[in-house]
Design a protein around this ligand. Structure first.
Ligand code: SF4
Ligand code: SF3
Length: 552
């Protein structure tokens, strides 16, 4: 019997949907409570969209909705208690905005969506309601597909908006869009065309939010620069920090400075090594291990405590030795892990507990040594523009391959390693996100000093790759971004990759290959629209794809 339904990530069971428990480890009760939280967020938005038209904006609601969407992203939060509390808060907040709406003269009769009214603080009733309001509540599979494609884009967008917010950067039009889009996913009168337009508009806001985060990160910490990142270890106790939140990174580095505790990055935090403001810390040693799913091994040998600032958490095995040294903060959470509370009254987060914990731990065991190179975000690439343009003009670089996105544990992802290895030596990989771990330690060499793997940073730094593509369009005087010698072979896993994909589509990028499988949430008809209008295609074999991409 089905206990839940979730098909938001690339690991969806049988590429259809998880129904008993998530392949990711998410339990049915957490999956359902996440659905209820999204449902109530839609309910809240029914009021705030109308309040905004009356000139009323609520910063608390904006933050609450963004955080709620972010908490339900794949592998971010597995903690049932947190979701129960949050559903209760959603009901209170919703009732407060309803009261404000009526006080301003709004007509409640205009609102028919049940999530704008349903309330119960009983966990049992929450759980019961949750089973009625999930993805499958939309019966038509095409409408469901377009609605969920929008929601998953919004989840990715929310994650990026939250990181920017933490650095004091906010764009109110993004909140307005998120809330309006949430309401639109409850509107049974929208046609397939209108819903498709909503999906594309989500991509446009995806570009906006990534630009906002880029500005937030670079104005706070400088432009990423070419950096050789140490992947070996030192002989001090240490903290491993994972996820995407650079504000957390900054505060952890400050608070560990002079304590004798070193700091290393894991998975998506690797690009923190490229920022001038972080590189100055002598106790910031480098990166340890590989992408998120390698954590079950990497955390064992790391020996010290680990801080998750966002996804991707893998539930530890019962035999693991590290479960008692994992900390979460922000949107992330897991039952039994210690959660570090949010900033209050403009003060920093308090990382003293994890720092004291680290002091009692052995130093990390070396699992590899050497260096990896990264830091090729837009400013650094622009600084090398003459060299790169010359290499393209002379034919030294034949083609760029954008291979951004996510990594994952599926066996078929070895395709990306093999593809990178099979690429001819006059091609360059442009990457961002944790997808890079499939090839960033291969000896792929360079072209006249330009490394053959240019890592722009985290998944959100795919924005840099788009900026670079637009710059090349200008330099080469091309009419269309698709005329450039750039091919897109993108790996996806969770909803941040969805917003990156929608952002690329909104910029007019065509013929993106997407793998290792096409999303389960694309109905055959919606997939068909993407194929016909944008040339989206699944990956094939390395040989076939190589011929296709190189036109041989
Ligand atoms: Fe399944 Fe992915 Fe949903 Fe987890 S997030 S329950 S693996 S579809
Ligand atoms: Fe990775 Fe989770 Fe998506 Fe930020 S950390 S790219 S999978």
């Amino acid at each position: 019997m089905s206990k839940m339904f979730c098909y938001q990530c690339q690991e969806a069971a049988k590429n259809t949907g998880c129904t008993i428990q998530g392949v990711c480890g998410k339990t049915a009760d957490v999956a359902n409570l996440q659905d209820l939280l999204i449902y109530l967020s839609k309910g809240i938005s029914h009021y705030t969209v109308r309040l905004r038209e009356m000139g009323v904006e609520s910063n608390d609601v904006n933050k609450f909705i963004v955080d709620s969407l972010f908490m339900s992203i794949t592998n971010a939060n597995f903690d049932k208690e947190r979701f129960v509390t949050r559903v209760g808060q959603a009901i209170d907040l919703r009732d407060a905005v309803r009261a404000l709406f009526t006080a301003k003269g709004g007509n409640i009769a205009d609102i028919t969506f049940e999530g704008a009214f349903w309330a119960s603080k009983s966990v049992e009733e929450m759980e019961q309601k949750a089973t009625e309001v999930g993805v499958l509540a939309t019966e038509n599979e095409d409408v469901r597909s377009l609605r969920e494609l929008t929601i998953y884009g919004l989840k990715g967008m929310a994650a990026y908006a939250e990181h920017a917010f933490n650095l004091g950067h906010e764009d109110k039009t993004i909140h307005a869009f998120i809330q309006k889009a949430l309401v639109d996913t409850t509107n049974d009168n929208l046609t397939a065309e209108e819903l498709t337009a909503l999906v594309l508009a989500t991509g446009e806001y995806g570009v906006k939010v990534m630009a906002l985060l880029d500005k937030a990160n670079t104005s706070a910490y400088g432009n990423p620069e070419i950096t050789k990142v140490n992947i070996g270890v030192r002989n001090n106790p240490a903290i491993l920090i994972s996820g995407h939140d650079l504000k957390d990174m900054e505060e952890l580095l400050k608070q560990t400075d002079g304590t004798g505790v070193d700091v290393y990055t894991h998975s998506e935090m690797l690009p923190a090594n490229y920022y001038p403001a972080f590189k100055k810390y002598k106790h910031f040693v480098g990166n340890y291990g590989s992408s998120w799913w390698g954590q079950t091994q990497d955390f064992e040998t790391f020996n010290g405590p680990v801080l998750f600032t966002t996804n991707c958490i893998v539930p530890p095995k019962s035999t693991s030795t590290y479960a008692d040294r994992i900390y979460t903060t922000g949107a992330s959470g897991f039952p039994g892990f210690i959660h570090i509370e949010d900033r209050k009254d403009g003060k920093s987060k308090d990382f003293s507990k994890i720092i004291e914990h680290a002091k009692k731990c052995a130093s990390p065991i070396e699992i590899e040594s050497g260096e990896i190179v990264g830091g090729f975000a837009h400013a650094q690439v622009f600084a090398l523009a003459d060299k790169i343009v010359e290499a393209v003009k002379s034919g030294a670089i034949r083609k760029f391959f954008v291979m951004a996105g996510c990594d994952g544990r599926m066996k078929g992802r070895s395709y990306y390693t093999e593809f990178a290895q099979a690429l001819p030596s006059d091609t360059v990989i442009l990457t961002a996100g944790c997808a890079k771990y499939r090839y960033n330690k291969l000896p792929l060499g360079d072209i006249g000093g330009i490394p053959r793997v240019l890592d722009a940073g985290q998944c959100n730094d795919s924005y840099s790759l788009a900026v670079i593509a637009l710059k090349l369009k200008e330099v080469f005087n091309a009419n269309d971004i698709n005329e450039l010698p750039i091919a897109y072979n993108i790996a996806w896993y969770e909803q941040k990759a969805v917003i990156v994909l929608l952002a690329l589509l909104s910029l007019g990028v065509k013929n993106i290959h997407l793998g290792p499988t096409l999303p389960a949430f694309l109905s055959p008809n919606v997939a068909d629209v993407l194929v016909k209008n944008f040339g989206i295609a699944p990956i094939g074999s390395v040989d076939e794809d190589m011929k296709l991409f190189l036109g041989e």
